[in-house]
Write a protein of this length. Structure first.
Length: 406
């Protein structure tokens, strides 16, 4: 089982790395084409909708955009789709590995809802499709002709989902699932709307028919929505590193305000690229929203030590709490780790437990067994710089205890 644990950690790392790489490719191409489209020079003669001259890497590039398509189909056509698909697939794989396989630790919060793990996984999987169904319905309704109203309704949907997730899942899982929920809408836009519409245009051109301009208009609307949703998704995907974001009472409100910050930031850059001005007021609004988030984060959501000790251990926690060597590890963790990983940390400069990991009670330690094993047993990642002088014998004790429980 030891080898399986190590292999699983590396597999999770590989999935995370792949997700980051593909996300960078998707975000990069998305931001580039939005900036390109907004910055096109449209004061030109001819069938093209606009053109742009750019310089990069020692070369010059002459780019032309056709609102529908050129008169003759080019022999080589590059499609931008694999970035989106790969990002979503790798993200879902990572979600399964962390929040489904590790659901007893990361997914469900027994204080919020008394659910079996399989029920939490079912809700997790089913919820990702809800956003797309509602959003697509709104886009195809008469509201599709009113982009601003549509964006407001999308924001309301995202706020509602954030609140709903928070009634069931841990704060960390709420943030991640809201990000996955949004990313599913974005990828579905590419897979079900943008690329199919482009294929219809290509098919019409090859058949000698004049393509309908509505397909390009629809695709551009969805692409614009994706552009405004990108930055909030990045925040939500990184939120698990910051307990001040996810481990507080108002975490779902914080997530909602992050979506507004994404709009203000993108509005500035979109306006700049479109050469319609530099609305610096957006930075003031963004700063105010950020300060509100920082203020909301001061309301912790942790139960007290007494409440945590009184709560019965789950079956998962009992397995580690009853394993040989637990008492020794319990003393080691309290002496080497709990001064930072506490509900009220006593280490100077630490206001909240790093990553929201608590290591004060038997349940805390048993619940985080795998993390203790990999971070303070197999590796020397914790304590940082071995600042509490964790001895080699202590690390060996952690390894023995974890393997005994397996």
């Amino acid at each position: 089982m030891y080898d399986l644990t190590v292999f699983w950690d590396w597999l999770e790392f590989a999935a995370r790395w792949l997700h980051v790489i593909t996300a960078m490719a998707w975000i990069g191409s998305s931001f580039y084409f939005i900036a390109l489209d907004l910055g096109l020079n449209r004061d030109i003669d001819g069938p093209a909708d606009g053109e742009e001259w750019q310089v990069h890497g020692g070369g010059f590039y002459h780019i032309q955009k056709y609102l529908v398509a050129p008169e003759r189909m080019p022999e080589h056509l590059t499609w931008f789709k694999w970035e989106s698909y790969s990002t979503w697939l790798s993200g879902v794989a990572l979600l399964m590995m962390v929040y489904w396989v590790g659901g007893e630790l990361y997914l469900l919060d027994a204080e919020k809802a008394d659910l079996a793990l399989w029920q939490g996984i079912a809700i997790s999987a089913a919820s990702l499709t809800i956003g797309w169904i509602v959003y697509d319905f709104l886009c195809k309704s008469p509201l599709g002709e009113h982009p601003t109203v549509l964006m407001v309704l999308l924001f309301v949907l995202l706020v509602a989902m954030g609140w709903g997730y928070n009634q069931i899942f841990t704060g960390r899982a709420m943030m991640l699932h809201l990000g996955a929920f949004t990313a599913t809408i974005m990828t579905a836009n590419v897979f079900l709307i943008i690329i199919p519409n482009q294929r219809i245009v290509v098919a019409d051109l090859k058949a000698g028919r004049t393509p309908d301009a509505k397909y390009g208009k629809i695709a551009k609307l969805r692409s614009t929505h994706n552009n405004y949703l990108t930055l909030p998704v990045i925040f939500l995907m990184l939120s698990n590193h910051y307990p001040l974001a996810f481990a507080t009472e108002y975490n779902w409100i914080i997530a909602s305000l992050v979506f507004l910050m994404g709009v203000t930031i993108r509005h500035y850059f979109n306006s700049m690229h479109a050469r319609t001005g530099r609305p610096t007021w957006t930075w003031a609004v963004t700063a105010i929203l950020f300060l509100i988030i920082a203020w909301l984060s001061t309301a912790p959501m942790y139960e007290s030590v007494e409440e945590a000790e009184a709560r019965p251990l789950t079956q998962h926690e009992q397995r580690y709490a009853q394993a040989d060597g637990f008492e020794d590890v319990h003393d080691i963790v309290l002496g080497r780790c709990s001064m930072c990983h506490a509900r009220e940390p006593v280490w100077e400069g630490i206001l909240w437990a790093p990553k929201g990991v608590l290591l004060e009670t038997e349940g805390d330690i048993a619940r985080n067994a795998r993390a203790i094993y990999t971070q303070a047993g197999l590796s020397h990642a914790m304590p940082p710089a071995n600042i509490t002088y964790m001895e080699p014998e202590d690390r060996k004790a952690v390894i023995r205890w974890y393997r005994n429980a397996r």
